[in-house]
Write a protein that binds this ligand. Structure first.
Ligand SMILES: [Zn+2]
Ligand SMILES: [Zn+2]
Length: 256
């Protein structure tokens, strides 16, 4: 699998994009930074978008991608919980804010919604995808994506502390997870369902206990204005747990 990080932040600026990553230019995980980072030809090659939850920084490019698909007579499948699907239908693709691409053109609608239930697995474009609930807003799924040759990646989405149940279901060799704010904002992080470097450290120690080792850890969803502070604190965590932690950036890619 070829993984490309399109957006590694929780906010947009001239150098930062919101949450999005690509698998083999076929599956997109979250749609926070899809259209501003990809040529139209690559956008049109996408087969499916997997949405982790309804927050705007993760769904904002669904309408922008849909208009490009619509104009080319193409269609895309959007996977999410039923709650996220309903919110997008009611608030984004509602015929007021933007067209109802799930209904037009009538012969072959541009957007087709499919839903996951918690801990459900589906085959999507040859990948096995497992939706694992995490602690953020109701309902937030992390997605474990497995290729036919056994490579696996887990994208944990936005998540606050308390990932033990998730770690028990997850078996990927590479885990992409969030750290949003530095340690001094722990109260904010806990109340909004996010991680600081210290909270990350606790979750990784739990993961190591449960799994007997740590997978490759890649961090995204940083607040761009606090990035230097967050990076320094993540370095300290990596030293303390004696295991490398990679901080993602826009355009980063790697193979599994
Ligand atoms: Zn977010
Ligand atoms: Zn969120």
């Amino acid at each position: 699998m070829n993984i490309r990080i399109l957006g590694a932040h929780r906010c947009e600026s001239e150098t930062s994009r919101c949450a999005s990553l690509l698998i083999d230019d076929t599956l997109a995980l979250d749609a926070g930074g899809l259209t501003s980072t990809l040529p139209i030809s690559t956008q049109l090659g996408l087969k499916a978008i997997l949405l982790t939850h309804h927050h705007y920084d993760h769904v904002r490019d669904v309408p922008m991608l849909a208009i490009n698909f619509f104009l080319h007579g193409a269609s895309i499948v959007v996977y999410s919980s039923s709650g996220v699907r309903d919110l997008i239908k009611d608030h984004l693709l509602n015929g007021i804010l933007y067209p109802q691409f799930q209904e037009i053109p009538a012969s072959k609608p541009t957007v087709r919604f499919e839903t996951f239930s918690p801990s459900q697995a589906e085959m999507i474009e040859g990948y096995r995808v497992l939706a694992i609930p995490v602690n953020h807003v109701d309902t937030t799924f992390g997605y474990q994506v497995s290729s036919t040759n056994g490579q696996m990646i887990f994208y944990a989405a936005d998540t606050g502390p308390g990932l033990s149940d998730c770690w028990k279901q997850m078996s990927a060799q590479t885990v992409i997870m969030e750290v949003t704010v530095p340690n001094r904002h722990e109260e904010f992080a806990v109340s909004t369902g996010h991680l600081t470097p210290n909270l990350l450290s606790q979750e990784l120690r739990r993961l190591r206990e449960i799994r007997g080792g740590l997978p490759r850890i890649i961090i995204t969803h940083l607040d761009a204005s606090l990035e230097n502070e967050i990076r320094e604190e993540i370095e300290a965590v990596a030293e303390a747990i004696n295991s490398p932690i990679i901080v993602a950036h826009e355009g980063m890619h790697f193979h599994l």
